[in-house]
Design a binder for this molecule. Structure first.
Ligand SMILES: Nc1ncnc2c1ncn2[C@@H]1O[C@H](COP(=O)(O)OP(=O)(O)OP(=O)(O)O)[C@@H](O)[C@H]1O
Ligand SMILES: [Mg+2]
Length: 496
């Protein structure tokens, strides 16, 4: 490209020429290109941005923090893309929803540390390169735009086609006030989806009020939801408005709605049908316009069949049903969600952390019965126990590390004497016995890397059998070295 051969007299203009050339190249394939300085402020931006967001958008952005355009979720101080760039890493396919003169536009963001040219033509203050493209283009990265790594709402990331479908349904609710019933396993992200629906609804400027129905006993719950008047019951020393009133012009999120006692189900049904209710101990009928989003991890259809949930209420709530798939059924989401949560958890601890490939592999192999919440807790744990900047498998809770990859678990019978995974030592011991102390076979059976298996064996005091060759052949520093370098002859006795 000619730009690289410019002999610069005036460095300022040569930098501009260089960027113009880069711009033209990216513009030819419909991409917007930007360069950021070390403080994540926009140094250069191509005029292509005007085409996406309206006249003057590019000019207004110069000198501004990129966070202003692409949001704190990606570029705030603990934003995962900022963190990645600071760590010298590249990120591809993140999504940002931008609002411009032509309405909202979903963009895909690629970000990388800028590698400078040997001739000094690149602006030396430009540290990072961003490339944006409309995310509605087809065939990107071979999986379709929706599946390429997404960031549509604050606090929500996904990459899986199944979550793309959920988000498309959420998008279709944008102009609607209908009741929504969100179902999904515990920790799968029901509340975060409820918040997203609210944030994109005509009520986005009103309050989002969340009530966990399961957390309160019936009497307290009634007054919590509908309010009470003074003297309605012992301890009711003054009037209370309740959550339906608090959610006026906004959204009331009823979490664990399957736990609502039958007498309150009647009251809720009336609110849904007539928007009317009475406070506890009061005759006056009040009106509410709160939009209801309910969620449950219970099978409400079964509850209806069992007579513990009213059928009429069930159908009234599930005007628009949304099912959040469990994390194990959308494994593509594990990595982007884990990276986001790690940057969040790490930021709370004042640390910038990353995953080792083995730690990432262990997380991808685990079934996450507690879904995203369990993943978040596992990372809290890992951040607490880890010492360095890179999380290792042994920093993760034991059940995550000793789990076998789902494909292996499905394909093979478990070793005869494999006990429950809770007891890591006996799990490892049994697996080692079953595989005649071959670390190679044992690691494969457990879905661990050999180095991780070896580290866990050492941590748990599981010494190799006497007939094995000495295992620590690499010297004290790197416990994994000997094992990783050694060949892995399957079925051999005590691979060392
Ligand atoms: N796709 C996602 N991207 C990022 N964070 C997520 C995602 N899904 C869930 N989380 C996070 O995981 C945690 C659990 O999510 P949430 O509270 O929405 O789940 P839930 O289904 O309501 O859980 P519970 O059944 O325990 O009430 C929250 O901290 C949330 O921010
Ligand atoms: Mg919840």
């Amino acid at each position: 490209m000619t730009v690289l051969s410019i002999s610069a007299q005036d460095t300022r203009s040569s930098h501009q020429v260089a960027f113009a050339a880069v711009n033209a190249a990216f513009g030819s394939i419909g991409r917007v290109c930007m360069a950021l300085d070390g403080d994540f402020r926009v140094r250069h931006v191509s005029a292509e941005l005007d085409r996406l967001l309206g006249e003057g958008s590019a000019g207004r952005l110069l000198g501004e923090p990129i966070e202003q355009l692409l949001g704190p979720e990606l570029f705030g101080s603990d934003g995962p893309v900022r963190q990645a760039l600071l760590a010298g890493e590249k990120r591809e396919g993140w999504r940002a929803l931008l609002h411009g003169a032509h309405g909202a536009r979903l963009l895909s963001v690629t970000a990388a540390p800028l590698m400078h040219d040997p001739h000094g033509v690149c602006d030396p203050t430009a540290r990072y390169l961003l490339v944006l493209r409309p995310a509605d283009e087809e065939g990107v990265e071979g999986v379709g735009a929706e599946a390429a790594g997404t960031f549509v709402a604050p606090g929500l990331v996904y990459r899986s086609p199944s979550m793309s479908r959920v988000l498309r349904l959420v998008e279709s609710l944008q102009h609607s006030e209908t009741s929504v019933l969100i179902t999904g396993e515990s920790g799968s992200g029901k509340e975060v989806i409820a918040r997203t629906i609210h944030a994109h609804s005509p009520r986005r400027n009103g309050p989002f009020v969340a009530v966990n129905v399961a957390a309160l006993p019936g009497e307290l719950l009634e007054s919590e939801l509908f309010g009470h008047v003074r003297g309605a019951f012992t301890g009711a020393t003054r009037d209370r408005a309740g959550r339906f009133a608090a959610a006026a012009q906004g959204t009331l999120f009823l979490d664990e709605v399957g736990d609502l006692p039958l007498h309150l189900q009647v009251k809720l049904l009336r609110v849904l049908q007539e928007h009317a209710y009475e406070r506890v101990g009061d005759d006056e009928t009040r009106r509410t316009d709160a939009r209801i989003i309910a969620a449950t991890n219970r099978d409400l259809r079964k509850a209806v069949a069992d007579g513990t949930f009213r059928e009429d209420l069930y159908y009234r709530l599930r005007v628009f049903p949304l099912e959040i798939p469990p994390l194990r059924e959308r494994r593509e989401d594990i990595e982007p969600v884990a990276r986001l949560l790690l940057s969040r958890v790490g930021a709370r601890a004042g640390r910038a952390l990353r995953f080792s490939p083995d730690a990432l592999r262990a997380m991808l192999s685990y079934s996450w019965p507690g879904n995203v919440r369990e993943l978040e807790n596992a990372l809290e744990f890992a951040v607490t126990v880890s010492r360095g900047q890179t999380l290792q498998p042994e920093d993760l809770p034991p059940e995550v590390v000793t789990a076998r990859p789902p494909e292996l678990a499905a394909a093979r019978e478990p070793p005869r004497s494999l006990p429950p995974v809770q007891d890591e030592r006996s799990t490892l011991l049994a697996a080692l016995e079953a595989n005649r102390w071959s670390r190679c076979d044992t690691a494969r059976a457990l879905g661990l890397s050999r180095s991780t298996l070896w580290r866990r064996m050492r941590a748990l005091g599981l010494e190799p059998r006497t007939r094995s060759r000495p295992v620590v052949s690499s010297g004290g520093g790197d416990a994994s070295g000997g094992d990783q370098r050694g060949g892995c002859s399957s079925g051999g006795p005590a691979a060392g």
